[in-house]
Design a protein around this ligand. Sequence first.
Ligand code: UDP
Length: 379
Amino acid sequence: MYSTIVVGAGVAGTVIARELTKKDEKVLIIEKKNHIGGNCFDARDEHGVLIHPYGPHIFHTNSEVVRTYLNEFTDWRDFHHEVVANVHGKYMPVPFNLHTLKEAFPEEADALKEKLTAAYGMGNKVPILDLMNHEDPDLQKIGKFVYDNIYVYYTMKQWGKKPEEIDPAVTARVPVNVSYDNGYFADKYQGLPKEGFTPMFDAMLNHPNITVELNTEAKDVLKLERGRKYFRGEEFDGKVIFTGPLDEFFDCKYGRLPYRTLRFDFEYYDKADFQDGHSVVNYTVSEDFTRITEYKWLTGQDCEGTTISKEYPFAYTGAEGEIPYYSIANPENEALYQKYKADVEEYKDFYLLGRLAEYKYYNIDVMVEKALDLSAKIS
Ligand code: UDP
């Protein structure tokens, strides 16, 4: 009855399901959670405030292809995302930029700016560790300030490791910007779906050739045995697009792929504003949580009260209710991932796609692009 089974109704699964309908495929999506949208899911809380239960998601891209693709399913609230760090009670723009420089070194800011622009050029991005290793003591000093006040404590909380111990690609996400741009992202398009992420996913899944089954765990219904795929006990010859955690599908037989997870503590306040209009405040030198998100400033919702979330990272254990959020890139984990991957390679028409299935830290736009590419390749 179905030509393709997609495991997971997040970005990857939803986009590829929709794409495959263009090739007249009949697609079944099985989703473990009781809702669509994966971690982009948003919903109103009991106070009517639109929140992101799995943490703040902001769409950003430079890709015309991705933007045009999503335009079919949503209008946008354009939103230039800015983040501040709370450094001993003072708000400072993050990523560190020339405005932050002025706040951090009010007396020397002009001279330091000259040095920064001479060394790296106006408008460029510098990885923090480069700055710290620079031969000029003044540039080292800026690097040390950023390391001590923006990076080290936040990164320890987020990853349980020091910045130099984690994949440089992760800290490169938040560089030092030699510019006056307070933006968190540099992309041309930034924003949130006007009515929310869930309605956008709903629109994508609203197609006669797509069926979604929620509350369905893949390993309960899908089996791989001796080169054959089985769905609910019957051999299944169609395509399977798997977007879930591969280790858990195989009961972690080679061991668990490590992830960081997060706990979100939501609080509602019966007042118009909690953190001076800032959607996200990073706590880079204090507190056990990494950041506070105040949702109304992200979504633009006009509501009387306000809901915030505090975000507490910890090591994922696979316990009930925990979500594997961030894969941890290092050679050992990659080798473990490859063992699982090798086990599915002999299965014809079985494809791995997405943050979990590929064990990669992808942004939303990259995920859309990858889903479009895979669909084009296999259909
Ligand atoms: N980071 C930091 N201080 C900040 C923001 C980010 O040290 O104020 C580091 C931290 O290691 C983090 C990484 O930069 O994990 C990437 O941050 P990003 O905001 O991209 O993470 P996400 O929003 O995906 O959780």
